[in-house]
Design a protein around this ligand. Structure first.
Ligand SMILES: O=C(O)CCC(=O)C(=O)O
Ligand SMILES: [Fe+2]
Length: 280
């Protein structure tokens, strides 16, 4: 595990403090609340998921490469996923019915490839259910359950540029009272590159107006040279759970030596008396 700083860029908060990354042996209510309130930048739980289970899932995935495919809206990126993200429907509304038809199949495929272990997503939802006062719920749109998560593989040398993930941008019709107070991304890593593959974080969440000045013009990617604060890089390890606020800018650094595989889902915080919802 390493935490390194990027220099050479003006930073209006001064240098990032190591206390902004909270290492724990288990997920707690307090650390989630601190993250949702913006008091910390990341929660890291090394060895959250059994490393023997990680290996087993990777070998199952390796035996069934046909289970994964490229993002429908980003085939030029060397990034594969099992499942589908709601984001993919944003520029192709024809995919919306497919998206909402997939959860049962996804759950049974994941349960097969994780067997005899519980999937990392099931473990995470189960933990959240126990520690969060109002429990958890699958996120719904127009009363339809969303996908619970996906498995994502980054191939060598593929950069995933800075971006934000926001349900309110992917689904602008979301009723105001359902807007998240903060949106989290939760990743459980099965494997990382020998070199590179860091998750890069900026303590900066541009609003709808600010972000227009930062877009590169490709997808919703952001020009890193225009980000007014410096970044923090953390390298995920196999079995680790990392949770960050994904309305803040984040990116994945390219890597070499193997590939980088993680289970991933979002979660919306709407106050302590509301369930944490999850989807991808
Ligand atoms: O793979 C990662 O470390 C993070 C990927 C990402 O952009 C996300 O989970 O929102
Ligand atoms: Fe993201």
């Amino acid at each position: 595990m390493s935490v390194s700083m990027n220099s050479g860029c003006a930073h209006h908060f001064g240098a990032y403090d190591n206390s902004l990354v909270k290492f724990s042996t288990k997920l707690t209510y307090q650390s989630l609340r601190d993250l949702c309130n913006g008091d910390i930048l990341a929660i890291r739980i090394p060895n959250y998921y059994d490393t023997a289970a990680c290996e087993k899932i990777l070998s199952h995935l390796g035996q069934h490469p046909q289970l994964t495919g490229k993002y429908d809206n980003a085939p030029e990126l060397d990034i594969y996923r099992l499942g589908m993200a709601f984001f993919e429907t944003r520029f192709n509304k024809n995919l919306t019915d497919t998206y909402f038809s997939l959860p049962d199949k996804f759950k049974s495929t994941v349960s097969d490839i994780c067997s005899p272990y519980n999937s990392p997503l099931d473990q995470l939802v189960n933990d959240l259910e126990h520690l969060w006062p109002a429990g958890t719920a699958i996120q719904k749109l127009e009363n339809k359950a969303m996908m619970p998560g996906l498995i994502r593989t980054f191939m060598e040398n593929q950069v995933f540029p800075p971006h934000q993930d926001m349900l309110t941008r992917d689904y602008p019709d979301l009723p105001e009272k359902e807007h998240p107070l903060s949106q989290l991304t939760m990743n459980i890593y099965l494997r990382n590159f020998d070199e590179g593959g860091e998750l890069e974080l900026w303590d900066y969440a541009p609003d709808d107006e600010q972000v227009k000045q930062l877009y590169t013009g490709t997808h919703d990617f952001i020009d890193r040279g225009k980000i007014p604060v410096s970044s923090l890089k953390i390298k995920p390890t196999p079995g680790e759970l990392i949770i960050v606020q994904c309305s803040k800018l984040h990116s994945v650094r390219p890597g070499t030596g193997g590939n980088r595989v993680a289970f991933s889902c979002f979660s919306a915080y709407r106050g302590e008396d509301q369930p944490l919802t999850y989807w991808i």
